[in-house]
Design a protein around this ligand. Structure first.
Ligand code: DC
Length: 220
């Protein structure tokens, strides 16, 4: 079983995908973490987000591993395990920038496909239904208004103690939406056969319920 869960930043994909994976006993694959890890490498090596030449040159020096231990995704970068250092607003912007580079997308393609060949997965990202797993049995494109997403992300960042303002988070979300949906390489757009789910007015449990309904309908 392959479930593709795509949509813009902050639509709650990862929370929903995690709950779903647990319920269905399948693996949750967070593909954004791969782009974030490359973004981290680029930032740590002092390159600008716009320095495409050096971003591409970095790929030769990156050995990226993705394993699953007890269902938990473990990413390694040149042998070192990556943790929450990729979960900052700054790295999100680097991830968005590197993800627009076709060479970066090509570099990560096989890592994502391999895991879905070998396991039942719910994979969250931007191009899972369109590019990575075009044959996924279930494709969901999950959206929420920018304001609803900024409100959730602001609460998350505050809980982690990151200093930020609601206006700043909203601005970043709108900027990332624009980058991710207008880039030439695999933009964040729904697959033709994706089912749209707007969860602006739903909480996580309600969203998971809807997703399960969608899966059951597809299976019928
Ligand atoms: O889902 P996320 O916020 O962790 O993703 C970080 C960035 O990576 C996001 O701005 C877009 C990009 N991304 C992508 O282009 N394709 C994916 N499959 C996943 C993420």
């Amino acid at each position: 079983m392959k479930i593709a869960l795509d949509g813009p930043s902050g639509a709650g994909k990862s929370t929903v995908a995690k709950a779903l994976a647990k319920k269905l006993g399948i693996i949750y694959v967070d593909t954004g973490a791969l782009y974030r890890t490359i973004g981290l490498y680029v930032r740590d090596h002092g390159f600008e987000k716009s320095d495409i030449k050096n971003i591409i040159a970095c790929l030769d020096k990156i050995n990226l591993g993705m394993d699953f231990i007890d269902g938990k995704q473990i990413i390694t970068l040149n042998g070192k395990e990556i943790g929450d250092e990729i979960r900052t607003g700054e790295i999100a912007m680097y991830a968005s920038a590197v993800s627009a580079v076709p060479e970066v997308r090509a570099f990560l393609l096989e890592t994502q496909r391999k895991i879905a060949r070998e396991n039942s997965v719910v994979m969250d990202g931007r191009d899972i239904g369109t590019v990575i797993l075009p044959d996924a049995e279930v494709k969901i494109f999950m959206v929420a208004s920018s304001e609803a997403r900024a409100k959730r992300r602001f609460a998350e960042l505050q809980a982690k103690g990151e200093s930020c303002t609601y206006e700043g988070v909203l601005k970043d979300i709108m900027e990332r939406d624009k980058n991710d949906s207008t880039r030439k390489a695999a933009p964040c757009v729904p697959a033709e056969d994706a089912i749209h789910l707007d969860n602006s007015d739903l909480d996580i449990d309600q969203t998971v319920e809807r997703v399960i309904e969608i899966i059951e309908n597809v299976k019928k």
